[in-house]
Write a protein that binds this ligand. Structure first.
Ligand code: HXC
Length: 510
């Protein structure tokens, strides 16, 4: 028996070494942790249960029959994050560069299948060189199997990808189909084809960082949702994120204890709106003053900053927040902001997360750049997403709600459940100056007359009462009471039941 146990220990130790000490040291020298070190940081202490650590590839091409390393480039299993079951797939770059063989893919799909069957999230940690070149079509087929499961699990269990090294070829498409992608600055990059291929095909000279580094993907392409300084920070933030997310689309949102009272009145909100309507204020200040303990997990912080999205809690329960940001482009809706918020709204709706929307929007951004870039289609995404969402939807108009953007930002007309306005709200087709200039074009030369027209338009529309008189706004609330009113509304909506007509799926303008 002793021999048998010793043999087990020997095999375990061998598997845990992955590609060997030298490659582990090389990994550390690059500022990266190994797959197992990452899992240890991500999961609760001693909670990791590893599967398939002895799996080896079965390739006999290019002398591969003599190169076998137990685990085959990916560490898989499950554990807990703050007590909740989470499945993990972590690429091991020290073994064949984390490249994907048929056996490696089978380890991944086993985890994906278990996670779906048992309705718990999957976190994938990527640090890999794509398809195992020696395996050819077996590797490509393996990717297909992984992709299929990504799609089947979409909207059922949360799927999160953390990019912590190279992520090329087939490896980019699995993360691309998950809910969120996070990257580590300076050590991670994602691209379909690397700098060498780019040079050959397009004659463009570009570095890996310029082509697919964290800055590019968080601020330009919007492929990644946030980036972090190093592996440790990224993994700790993932633990924080998972506390906001439900385990599945049927589990309901997590409920955490909070010391923040639902009755907390926030007097400073009464003065957050500047006297001058053209002066900005920071919507994030409002969000952190309203949310439980000021805790806000922002998503896509570096992209389309004119809209802010992210998770917070009210009375301990997760909500999704969508808010125009007056500090950037006056909070206008453009194509990027619309796409960004639409995907987030759909995420919340998939997973039964109530949506709270703060509105201060001067309209859609005019111009050829936007129109040629498909503003109509991208704006429609947000309109579509808010309209189809059946989760509780609470809207607070703090200042401007002009034109089509008023409708789009979770208005009553697209099934907003509780729609509040602050006394400072202005709900109109457009700003008073623009409106007067169009309605009284013949008076453009007479500034005095025009000013009177502007004042008249302002007094008639630059307030929340016209909308409130029609029932489009349920109540005009004091800014200081925003948290109290939202908490009450969320409680009132706890058992909301609303179903869309049966369909195979909708046809959102992609
Ligand atoms: C087999 C691979 C490999 C791969 C890396 N390795 N990628 N082995 N298949 N795809 C091995 C290397 O041989 C090396 O082995 C070890 O991993 C580390 O790789 P290095 O090149 O030394 O590391 P580094 O300089 O850091 O470069 C990392 C890298 C580079 C940028 C990822 O290895 C690279 O470009 N790899 C190929 C990427 C690629 O083109 N993949 C195929 C994409 S096509 P030793 O033994 O020396 O340690 C694809 C199609 C799928 O994925 C499509 C599905 C839709």
């Amino acid at each position: 028996m002793k021999d048998i146990i010793e043999e087990l220990e020997r095999r375990r130790a061998e598997a845990r070494l992955g590609g060997g000490i030298k490659r582990i040291e090389a990994q550390h020298k690059r500022g990266k942790l190994t797959a197992r070190e990452r899992i240890e940081l991500l999961l609760d202490d001693d909670s990791f249960e590893e599967f398939d650590m002895y799996v080896e590839h079965r390739c006999v091409e290019f002398g591969m029959q003599d190169k076998k390393i137990p685990g085959d480039g990916v560490v898989t299993g499950w554990g807990t994050i703050n007590g909740r079951v989470t499945y993990v797939i972590a690429k091991d770059f020290t073994v064949f560069g984390g490249s994907l063989s048929q056996a490696h893919a089978a380890k991944m799909t086993k985890i994906q299948d278990m996670a779906l069957k048992n309705r718990a999230p999957v976190i994938g940690i990527f640090d890999a060189g794509g398809a195992r070149i020696q395996e050819g079509v077996d590797a490509l087929g393996g990717y297909g199997e992984v992709f299929t499961r990504n799609v089947m699990a979409s909207g059922v269990i949360p799927q999160i990808s953390v990019i912590m090294g190279p992520c090329a070829g087939g490896d980019v498409y699995s993360p691309a189909m998950t809910d969120f992608i996070f990257m580590v600055r300076d050590t991670s990059y994602m691209f379909v084809t690397g700098p060498d291929v780019v040079k050959t095909v397009t004659n463009e000279t570009v570095t890996a960082e310029e082509l697919g580094g964290a800055i590019v993907h968080t601020s330009k392409s919007s492929i990644a949702d946030n980036s972090y300084e190093n592996d440790v920070e990224a993994l700790l933030q993932m633990r924080r994120l998972m506390d906001f997310l439900p385990s599945s689309n049927l589990s309901g949102v997590p409920e955490l204890p909070t010391l923040d009272s639902a009755d907390r009145v926030e007097k400073s909100l009464d003065t957050i709106i500047p006297d001058n309507p053209n002066k900005p204020y920071d919507i994030k200040e409002l969000i952190t003053k309203v949310a439980d303990e000021g805790d806000f997990f922002e998503i896509q912080e570096a992209f389309a900053k004119n809209i802010v999205i992210g998770f917070a809690r009210m009375e301990g329960r997760t909500i999704g927040i969508v808010a125009n940001q007056p500090m950037v482009l006056a909070g206008v809706l453009d194509s990027d902001a619309s796409r960004k918020a639409a995907r987030f709204v759909r995420y919340c709706d998939c997973f039964d997360i109530p949506i709270v929307t703060f509105v201060d929007v001067p309209g859609f951004l005019p111009g050829t750049k936007q129109e040629y870039g498909g503003l109509i289609k991208h704006g429609a995404k947000l309109l579509f997403a808010f309209t189809e969402a059946t989760v509780p939807k609470i809207t607070v108009i703090t200042r401007k709600a002009y034109g089509g953007a008023y409708d789009v930002m979770s208005s009553k007309h697209i099934r907003g459940d509780v729609n509040y306005a602050w006394p400072t709200a202005e709900i109109a087709v457009m700003g008073a100056k623009g409106a007067a200039e169009i309605l009284y074009r013949s008076e453009l030369d007479d500034q005095e007359k025009l000013d009177a027209r502007i004042k008249d338009y302002e007094s008639r529309f630059a307030n929340p009462f016209v909308a409130a008189e029609r029932g489009y706004i349920d109540e005009v609330i004091l800014p200081r009471n925003t948290r109290v009113r939202i908490c009450r509304a969320l409680n009132m909506l706890r058992n909301k039941t609303l179903e869309n007509p049966w369909k195979k799926h909708d046809n959102i303008p992609l």
